[in-house]
Design a protein. Sequence first.
Length: 378
Amino acid sequence: MEQRRISMSDIVVGKPLPWDVYDSNNKLLLRKGHVVQREQQVEMLVMRGLFVITKGVETASPAAVARPVERPSALRMINLAGKRLERLLYNLHNESELQPKIAEVVTALTCAVKLNSDVALASILLNQDTIAYPVRHGIDTAIVSMLVARVMNRTAEETQAMMAAALTMNVGMLRHHEELHRRETPLSAEEEVIIRSHPEESVSLLRRAGIDDETVLNYVLLHHENEDGSGYPFGKGNADIPGNVKIIALADRYCARVSARLYRKAMLPNAALRDILLSEKKNIDPMLAASFIRELGIYPTGTFVRLVNGEVGVVTGRGSTTTTPVVHALVGPRGAPLSFPIRRETHKELHAIREVLHESQAGVHVNMQQVWGADASL
């Protein structure tokens, strides 16, 4: 029996499926003959489904059997999930059953992270222009929350609730979020009110759209509370803030800092971590901070770096320590682009990291598929 992942071209809206569709665990999702009615269903099947072709079975067309096996792509899953979330959030007033749809986006992101967590983490730094910032920020925060939750041994149910909250936490200021993202001037008093009230407004909107999971709603409500009581909307302190909310809040702060603004460059990832952990240390649980560093490292995946030997490359994965990640060199010591990425182990003296760079300083654009292969294809 031969198993192949569904691609967008395999399914035609309004026409019967020519085969049974299974998920990655071989669980039957849809039977042969089912008519897919909406484009959104196609996208979810692409993100989750696999169809099975048995050689010699008449229902499998010769063209389908001859078609090469398509490897799943973590980056494609993330982008499809982002587009799906974008439609949901910007059309929230038309939604009455949002909860299972957000769960589908959570499932897609979970599959992507499990397939290749390095690609998922790198996408936060290297894949910033695919969807509107307010939606992408939720996707990025959900990915980081999942990674940190995993290292802190949170249950699957807890992690799913955290990711759902991260995806929807800012819906209460969605229409203002992108404008604020581009702002160069100080906030007005009215805008300050919008920001400080958005957790409560988000909960109200989510309830009306069919979210009735009280855990998710509570996480959304509290994601801007601080350990020292300086947060909003209630000014709660350390003991009154659930640990899972603290994970979301830290992921939220990190992802916001590494995103570019119209009025400033994105903060370098290592500087963003240092800024959070030093300037806001009174508002961060030390155990959470340690877990965050352990999972992301001092040089998070996707960071541009210059090595001691003069090469410029990108961090592509974890190394033996948090300060010695794996890097793939993209530019040689004399500034000439390399024909193909070369793996470097930064614990070696010649290939140690000398400095962290902005993309503009690196002088090279990363094709994620060239670096991470099929897991980062589009």
